[in-house]
Design a binder for this molecule. Structure first.
Ligand SMILES: Cc1cc2nc3c(=O)[nH]c(=O)nc-3n(C[C@H](O)[C@H](O)[C@H](O)COP(=O)(O)OP(=O)(O)OC[C@H]3O[C@@H](n4cnc5c(N)ncnc54)[C@H](O)[C@@H]3O)c2cc1C
Ligand code: SF4
Length: 486
């Protein structure tokens, strides 16, 4: 195997997936990495470009292309190629505290920007990343990041999603004393209660939380910070506070019949599905299962895909996804050149799984719900799905409609912003969109709120986004706090 021109010798090979038939029988992760030897071959395809867009993390036309964490991708690709997995892990952990999360759930913004992808197939960067961290865990070299010395500063992180976890990890490494408060019974935010187990096994999150506990971070679960009394008490006890409580206010479906039984927000449904899986005896609500139901998922994004995949595993009778966008082209158009995020037709795992059952992609393009109709008992029974001819903000011009039988509607229309109670509890100034107002648009002060001691990070600051961005925000927020405490 030669490194020089590896891409000329070897084609791109992704990880494999368990067959649709097999994986629909359970909620296990189904992506199987190549062998370490095969992954070395894949790493040899990296060209080690002079200008490595993959690690630049550029934002073009509102979409990121390249890694927001500026992972040292060509360096660790080369180390993987050389078989020096330990050093590859050392390089990877310089920039990414949780590669076992991103190596599983990141949409691989890096691969879109890989120079090799301009004329050929991109390097398997995300698989290489996961292989490095999985190999490091197998080799037992992932240690708690306990600092050599401690400062006397106390920092409280509210919210344990990827942003809160990254802030906590980085502040702890700097020697500060960190306490994380989480309102749920388990830590992880949307990693735990949002992203389904088949994409990210919940044991992977627990393994990381255990390491963080061993490194000296205190985690308090079932601990909501919501009132002025809570906030005042924290402000009196801690030198700095991080608000990383996400952007969890779901966009609603404002149509007649919305209040019928059987109409749920996607995250409530997905949270319940994970609870049923983790502790079926005590936690989940069987009534929220899709078993035996005709399910309509409203919203064409990733959350909707997770709903499809979960509903299929629960034994749904049928699943349809409504996407308000028109069917995208099969290949890039001239107005969407490399390295922009490609706006082309793709199928995510839930679409492939649904098609394996029905023979058809479950999406109806350029469509949405116009009205819901109920049974006498007040539960949804039919849905009028209409073609979307034109959109102007929330005003829609409808085309032809079609009535579908339906027992469950899952609303996956995204999130409008953060919950207000915690922002109000700390009395923070807000933007016109009801986000906490940052001190500045630039530099580390963009993580500081109007209160000197209160910092903001993740979806709560930038709006609904990605795990990789939440991690990046947590790390930078920690830098901002450290600068204030030093
Ligand atoms: C269903 C779904 C699937 C997704 N899939 C992907 C994916 O595959 N890849 C990807 O990159 N991104 C994905 N995302 C987006 C990604 O999960 C988020 O961008 C990311 O989790 C945001 O991290 P965060 O830490 O800012 O907030 P969150 O993950 O939302 O965490 C916020 C935490 O704060 C806690 N909290 C809130 N208020 C309080 C309070 N008052 N007191 C105490 N605790 C509080 C919450 O319980 C939660 O644990 C998905 C999102 C959803 C909804
Ligand atoms: S975090 Fe995401 S964008 Fe960055 S290297 Fe990993 S897969 Fe690529």
């Amino acid at each position: 195997m030669g490194k020089a021109g590896g891409y000329l010798l070897h084609n791109r090979e992704n990880h494999t997936n368990d067959s649709q038939n097999e994986r629909l029988k359970n909620y296990d992760e189904f992506a199987r990495l190549l062998s370490t030897e095969e992954q070395r071959v894949q790493a040899s395809r990296c060209m080690d470009c002079g200008v490595a867009f993959c690690q630049a993390g550029l934002t073009i036309k509102g979409h990121t292309t390249g890694c927001p964490l500026h992972n040292l991708i060509p360096e660790w690709n080369d180390l993987v190629y050389r078989g020096d997995w330990a050093e590859a892990y050392a390089r990877l952990s310089q920039t990414n505290p949780f590669p076992e999360f991103t190596g599983r759930v990141c949409p691989a913004l890096c691969e879109v920007a890989c120079n090799l992808g301009l004329n050929y197939t991109a390097t398997t960067i995300k698989d290489n990343e996961r292989a490095i961290i999985d190999e490091a865990f197998t080799a037992g070299i992932v240690e708690p990041s306990t600092p050599a010395t401690r400062t006397d500063k106390q920092v409280c992180v509210i919210g344990s999603g990827p942003a809160g976890l990254a802030a906590a990890e980085h502040l702890n490494r700097m020697g500060h004393n960190v306490t994380v408060m989480e309102r749920h019974d388990r830590c992880g935010g949307l990693l735990m209660y949002g992203i389904p187990n088949m994409k990210l096994d919940k044991d992977i999150i627990e393994r990381r939380i255990d390491l963080m506990k061993k490194s000296g971070i205190t985690f308090l679960t079932n601990k909501e910070v919501a009132t002025k009394e809570d906030a005042d008490s924290l402000l009196a006890s801690y030198e700095a506070i991080v608000l990383a409580t996400g952007a969890t206010v779901a966009r609603d479906l404002l149509v007649p019949g919305r209040d019928l039984k059987g109409v749920h927000f996607a995250v409530d449904y997905l949270t319940n599905a994970t609870k049923l899986l983790l502790n079926p005896e005590h936690e989940g609500d069987e009534g929220l299962s899709a078993h035996g139901k005709n399910v309509i998922v409203v919203g064409g994004g990733d959350t909707g895909v997770d709903c499809i995949a979960t509903a299929l595993r629960q034994g749904a009778k049928s699943v349809i996804q409504l996407d308000i966008h028109r069917l995208p082209p099969q290949v890039r158009t001239s107005s969407n050149p490399w390295p922009e995020w490609p706006n082309t037709y793709t199928q995510d795992y839930g679409h492939i799984e649904a098609e394996s059952i029905t023979g058809e992609d479950p999406r109806i393009w350029a469509s949405t719900v116009k009205e819901l109709f109920g049974n006498e008992d007040g539960s949804v029974s039919k849905v009028m799905v209409a073609e979307v001819l034109k959109r102007d903000g929330s005003n829609i011009t409808y085309g032809d409609g079609q009535l579908f039988d339906c027992d469950m509607v899952l609303i996956a229309l995204g999130f409008s912003g953060p919950e207000q109670n915690v922002i109000d509890a700390f009395g923070l100034e807000k933007t016109s969109r009801n986000f906490p107002a940052p001190r500045s648009k630039e530099g580390l002060d963009r993580f500081r709120s109007s209160n000197d001691k209160v910092f903001i990070a993740g979806d709560m600051r930038r709006g609904q986004s990605l795990v990789v961005w939440a991690i990046e925000e947590g790390l930078e927020c920690a830098e901002s706090i450290n600068a204030m405490l030093s």
